[in-house]
Design a protein around this ligand. Structure first.
Ligand code: CS2
Length: 476
């Protein structure tokens, strides 16, 4: 039997404490993938128990998979919380899912409803179409397309700009826009990108966006491995109902949102969200002490033949490198958000990485390295260099990423990365000597010139790369 509103009562799981069918759409969310459904949708589910105002309309920009899985389930899905304690919760806040390319007018109808006061997003780093300096990339093919066809956009930025244009035309105030991706200053960058986009054709709209759009920055956190068949089987076995797309995550979850103006907005604090003026400190700590080490474990762990985070953490040498990278290399660069002890925070993250209840694939974290490494590692490397700190350990994940690319170029396996073609072509030119590092460092979309022409960085990377070469018989 499939999970639906009709079968919900029979589920052996915590059920929505409200009438899901009566929930109004108050939020349009771009990118209703696993992370959104594990994180923000669970907070909106808790808000729904307080009132019917904040139901979600998800908008997929590329594939129909989420809609096709959730529609026959009346939008319901199971959230498996896998940790020291295991629990299952049915989430009811996702009231509908639209597929942008198929339903573009429906998307704009939702976005211009007066009752829709929130637009949120998890479109990943690449979804913002930003250049390496974090400004809108006006050469990005989707942005070029959207500037020429603003009423039928492809990019998230194009959707937001057109949605805001329509709201203004209808005499409505803008929605509050809350980006939830692992980008530093995500709110500031998104608002700038949308304003620049609008300003290419409509200065009044750009001015209106600049003056009136609330776009708070956020920090989001909860480890969410991709769904696999093992999870589907487990969910069916426990809840008694089939779910085409259940979600799994750890118990820990955190959402920090910059204080902003939203009259009659959600009772954020009532559901555990932190509202603060100090988002940058939280977000820097999280990006550099969780995501940076995650990418380090991914590339170094894959290099050592491991498949999951918890498995890689059992390698005492690797776990020690990651711990020292966090506590000795990164913590000294950070300012602690109010009341947070950064060393204790690091230890808690390491304990989360060891969580044996979930299998978090290193290959999943290894996606989009060209987008993630600048934010997660190069930021710390640059600051450590400026302070005269030892940077050798921070070079290890970069060198391991280079070996990862080289291995894919040799085996012919695909890389998931917006620069995949360039990376594979580059990987093919490598000759498995330290000279390879220079080939990678020439990638201006990833490595800023000032940083990688520094002799200490070049030497650090060559040493790290040589060390990795020593450990392998060139992928024999
Ligand atoms: C991970 C993140 O896949 C990745 O790159 O580092 O998805 C990480 O699990 C989340 O940011 C945790 O909040």
């Amino acid at each position: 039997m499939r999970l639906t509103l009709d079968t919900l009562a029979t589920a052996n799981a915590t059920k929505p404490a409200y009438d899901t069918a009566a929930l109004d759409i108050g939020v349009v969310h771009f990118g209703p993938g696993a992370f959104h459904r594990a994180h923000q949708a669970a907070y909106f589910d808790a808000l729904a128990a307080k009132g019917p105002r904040w139901g979600i309309c998800g908008v997929s920009l590329h594939s129909a998979g989420v809609r096709d899985a959730l529609k026959p389930q009346d939008g319901l899905y199971t959230l498996a919380i896998l940790d020291a304690e295991i629990s299952y919760r049915i989430i009811g806040s996702m009231r509908e899912v639209l597929v942008g390319p198929e339903d573009i007018e429906a998307v704009f109808e939702r976005v211009t409803r007066p009752s829709v006061e929130l637009v949120t997003s998890t479109v990943t780093e690449k979804g913002y179409c930003l250049a390496p300096d974090f400004s809108l990339d006006l050469q990005h093919p989707d942005i070029v397309h959207d500037l020429a066809n603003p009423r039928t956009p492809k990019s998230f930025i194009g959707y937001i700009a057109e949605g805001l244009r329509r709201r203004r035309q209808a005499g409505l105030k803008p929605f509050v826009l809350i980006p939830c991706d692992n980008l530093p200053k995500n709110g500031k960058r998104l608002k700038e990108a949308v304003t620049v986009f609008a300003g290419q054709s409509d200065h009044d709209l750009a001015r209106w966006i600049h003056d009136t759009l609330q776009c708070p920055s956020t920090m989001v956190d909860s480890i969410t491995p991709a769904t696999d068949d093992a999870l589907r089987t487990r969910v069916k076995g426990t809840t008694g109902l089939e779910d085409a797309w259940p979600i799994q995550r750890e118990a820990f979850t955190q959402w920090v949102i910059e204080k902003h103006t939203h009259e009659d907005g959600p009772d954020w604090q009532g559901v555990g969200v932190t509202l603060t003026d100090n988002v940058p400190a939280y977000e820097r700590a999280k990006l550099r002490l969780l995501n940076g080490p995650h990418s380090t474990l991914a590339y170094m762990g894959l290099h050592r033949g491991y498949e999951s985070v918890s498995e890689a953490m059992k390698d005492a040498e690797l776990a020690d490198i990651v711990r020292k990278l966090m506590i000795e290399d990164v913590v000294p660069l950070l300012e602690a958000p109010e009341g947070l002890d950064l060393v204790a925070y690091s230890e808690a993250i390491l304990a989360r990485f060891r969580n044996p209840a979930i299998v978090h694939k290193l290959a999943q974290i290894a996606w989009d390295g060209s987008q993630k490494l600048p934010i997660r590692i190069l930021s710390s490397l640059g600051e450590a260099l400026d302070r005269g700190q030892d940077i050798r350990r921070l070079c290890l994940p970069l060198a391991a990423w280079m070996r990862f690319v080289r291995r894919k170029a040799i085996t012919g396996e695909a890389i998931t990365d917006p620069l995949a073609d360039d990376l594979i072509a580059l990987g093919k030119t490598c000759d498995d000597t330290v000279a390879d590092t220079g080939r990678f460092l020439a990638l201006r979309a990833v490595f800023p010139e000032a940083l990688v022409t520094d002799a200490t960085v070049i030497a650090g990377l060559e040493a790290a790369y040589a060390e990795l070469l020593r450990r392998e018989a060139v992928f024999a």
